[in-house]
Design a protein. Structure first.
Length: 131
């Protein structure tokens, strides 16, 4: 029973997400609203993050994104990392605010990546990234 509990860290290793991953689910969000999420060697077929404000850290390491990914009207208050990730289709950041550092080091984009009305309030790192 989680009524008085709070989750601090959630890690996913070698997972495949075939359906939409909703990190903003109201019934669960109160338990992990400040948790740190880490995804390692995961495959995403649909990751749509919209109308979302997140306070913890989110890390994607060696992940593959298979179809078009959209981040819309989202605020990341914590560190965000896409390290050594592969984006097979278009990636769209629309009205996104990164308040801390965002890292795309060693990531590969096979299609366009669009940062429309996106703010980088801290550091954006694209070292060894291929477009």
């Amino acid at each position: 029973h989680l009524d008085n509990e709070r989750i601090y860290s959630i890690e996913f290793w070698n997972c495949q997400f075939d359906k939409n991953l909703d990190l903003n689910e109201p019934d669960c969000a109160k338990y992990y609203e400040k948790a740190n999420f880490t995804f390692i060697d995961c495959v995403f077929k649909n990751l749509a993050i919209d109308e979302f404000t997140y306070n913890g850290k989110i890390k994607f390491k060696k992940c593959k994104f298979k179809i078009k990914q959209i981040f819309y009207n989202t605020v990341f208050n914590g560190y965000v990392e896409f390290f050594d990730c592969e984006f097979e289709n278009k990636l769209i950041f629309n009205k996104v605010e990164f308040r801390e550092a965002v890292v795309f080091t060693k990531s590969i984009f096979h299609d366009n990546v669009l940062f429309t009305y996106t703010q980088f309030n801290s550091l954006g790192v694209f070292s060894r990234t291929l477009f």
